[in-house]
Design a protein around this ligand. Structure first.
Ligand code: PMP
Length: 306
C-alpha cells in the first residue's frame, strides 16, 4: 500500500486525500498552529514497529499549545490511542514520522489567537534519514538569528516559527553546507540547528545550551542527557555555548526526532576533531538506535508497539 493512506481529521480517521482545509484557514494565513514530530521505527530483526516516546511528545504538545492559546481537546491517552489506531491502519514496514497538528481552523481575517475555531489533525509519512547519521556533516553558522522567547517562542513548535528554520536551512544548502547552527539574537550564543538540538564534547564534558537559551526543549536532547548519565558516558552540562567554542570542540553532534544523532564534521570550514564521528557521539548513537527499537529493556516504556 502507498503511504500515507489515512489521516485523523475532523474527529475521524479518513483516507488522506479527503483531509483538506479551507483556503481561508487562519493557521494557513498566519502560522497559528502548533505541531509535533514523532518517529516510529521498523525493526527488521523482529518485524515490529515501535513509536518512540509518544506520551512525552503529546505531553509537550498539550503543554506548549497553551503558549499560543490553543486548547487541545484530547487527553494524552486519547491522542496516543488515535495515533496507534492510525498507525495500525498504515501497516508500515519502514521508519515513519507522525505529525500531530493543532491549529486555528477559523476562517476570519486577522492574526489573533482568540475567537477562532480550533481543530487537530494527525497524519504520518515514511521517513528514513533526515540528516546523515554515518557521515559527519558540514555546518555553517547561519546569518539568520534564532527567534527568541519574546518574539516567537522557540519552546513551542509553532508552525509559523518554522519560517525562521526554513531561512536557515535554505541558506546553508545554497552555500554548500548540510545544515546550519543558529545564534541567539541577543548575546550571540549558540541555540541549535534549524530543527535539531546541538551537543558539544569539550574538556571531557558533554555540553548543550540550557532550556532558557531560545531552544526547543527537545525530547531527543532529553534522551541523550539520560543516556549519557545512565551509561556513565560523560558528565552533562547545560550552559550557554560561544560560537568559537564550537570551532575548538572535540566533538559536535545534532540530535532530534528527525535528525536522530548526526555527527558534525566541520563548522564554518573548521574541522571538528578528525572530521569524522567522535567516540562519544558513536557510543550515544549506538545506544540511541538500540533504544528506539526497544532493545534496552530498562527503557521499554518509551517504545509503544504498533
Ligand atoms: N529544535 C527544533 C527547532 C526542532 O524543530 C526540533 C525537532 N522537533 C528539535 C530541536 C529536536 O526536538 P525533538 O528531539 O523533540 O524532536
Amino acid at each position: 500500500m502507498s503511504h500515507p493512506g489515512y489521516a485523523f481529521f475532523n474527529k475521524n480517521i479518513i483516507p488522506i486525500e479527503m483531509a483538506k482545509v479551507d483556503i481561508r484557514t487562519n493557521a494557513l494565513q498566519y502560522g497559528t498552529g502548533i505541531f509535533e514530530g514523532i518517529r516510529s521505527y521498523w525493526d527488521n530483526d523482529t518485524g515490529k514497529n515501535y513509536i518512540f516516546r509518544m506520551r512525552d511528545h503529546f505531553e509537550r504538545f498539550i503543554r506548549n499549545a497553551k503558549i499560543i492559546m490553543i486548547e487541545v481537546k484530547y487527553s494524552v491517552d486519547q491522542l496516543c490511542d488515535i495515533t496507534l489506531d492510525l498507525m495500525k491502519k498504515e501497516k508500515y514496514s519502514e521508519d515513519a514520522y507522525i505529525r500531530p497538528f493543532a491549529y486555528n481552523s477559523g476562517l476570519g481575517i486577522g492574526p489573533k489567537l482568540i475567537g477562532n475555531d480550533q481543530d487537530l489533525f494527525i497524519y504520518s509519512i515514511p521517513l528514513g534519514l533526515y540528516l546523515e547519521t554515518d557521515r559527519a556533516i558540514s555546518v555553517c553558522i547561519s546569518s539568520w538569528d534564532r527567534i527568541s522567547d519574546n518574539s516567537i517562542p522557540p519552546r513551542a513548535k509553532i508552525s509559523g516559527s518554522y519560517v525562521n528554520a526554513a531561512l536557515q536551512k535554505t541558506e546553508a544548502i545554497l552555500n554548500g553546507y548540510d545544515e546550519a547552527l543558529v545564534l541567539s539574537a541577543d548575546g550571540r550564543h549558540v541555540c541549535e540547528g534549524s530543527a535539531m538540538n546541538v551537543f558539544m564534547v569539550r574538556n571531557n564534558k558533554l555540553v548543550t545550551p540550557a532550556v532558557t537559551d531560545d531552544i526547543l526543549e527537545g525530547i531527543t536532547r532529553n534522551t541523550v542527557i539520560e543516556l549519557a548519565k545512565k551509561l556513565n558516558i560523560m558528565e552533562v552540562v547545560e550552559r550557554p555555548i560561544d560560537r568559537t567554542e564550537l570551532y575548538t570542540a572535540d566533538e559536535l553532534f545534532f540530535c532530534g526526532t528527525g535528525a536522530q544523532i548526526s555527527p558534525i564534521g566541520s563548522v564554518d570550514k573548521r574541522t571538528i576533531g578528525d572530521g569524522g564521528m567522535g567516540p562519544v557521539t558513536k557510543k550515544l548513537q549506538d545506544n540511541y538506535f538500540k533504544l528506539v527499537t526497544n532493545k534496552i529493556e530498562e527503557y521499554s516504556a518509551w517504545c509503544t508497539e504498533v
